[in-house]
Design a protein around this ligand. Sequence first.
Ligand code: DGJ
Length: 312
Amino acid sequence: MKRINGEIWPDAEGNEIHAHGGCRLAFGKALYWYGEDRRGDAYVSCYQSLDGGKTWRFVRHILTADSPVKKIHEGRDLSLRNSDGNRVNIERPKVIYNRNTGKFILWAHYEDGINYHAARCAVASCDTPDGDFVYHGSFRPVGYMSRDCTLFVDGDRIYFLSASEHNRDLHLYRLTKDGLDVEVFVQKLFAGQSREAPAVIQKDGKYLLVTSFCTGWKPNQCAYAVADRMEGEWSENLPLGDATTYLSQPAFLYEREDGEIVYFGDRWGGNAFAESAFDRSQFDYQKSAYVGYRLVFRDGKAELIHSHEAFL
Ligand code: DGJ
């Protein structure tokens, strides 16, 4: 199915896909696409594709304001509604399969739906990729602020990256074997550079980390850094794409069967917001759309290829 960058994309039933700031998981014969759905009491939607990502069928909301809750650690806030009884914000949900335990783990960014002061991560888990996830609460990892985030599986290790210290620094954490807690704060990356929307991929022995700058919903120029090991030294940030990363912010990166890398991003507010030259009064989250661009990663250098039609 042909998809145009920035246009509304329908699912297999013709309904608009709501899966922002999300992630993609290959499991068994299926692909799963998870992301934010900010309508009503829905938090995280799950779509499944059985044709390699051409069509996506909505499966269910795997996390909602009414999800089951299970306390697994002290000191975590288990509420899925705020003090007014309204929805909270569960942003940038990332789901991975934890081969150590056979469970599916979800980490996301939690805010109380009133402001962006909580700066916490949120954790949930499930026995299946598309079942009802059980919520284990929100907290600050090792006491640090935590906003935009991603998960990355590297062999039997699971990493969590999130923007900390009022978004000034990006933190890299290694998780416990069960993937439900932080084992160790590995390192601070790009101190003072205000990077967010992290996305990681490993290819040909190199790790590539793409981030955006912090400008709210308005797009800016992304940057990339390269390392030989997640816990090793990361290169300096180099620019990626044009001044607005072709009107997008990263959600995730994935490798296609033919070895090509896809940069999958959100166009917050959709083409309407871009056309208003990012006038904040014109911003409507529900009009947000997606982009897929080809990312060429060779000899430690990355380049983003602009296209009208999505490269997926
Ligand atoms: C940019 C972040 O990347 C988004 O996930 C969201 O938190 C917006 N900021 C909110 O302004």
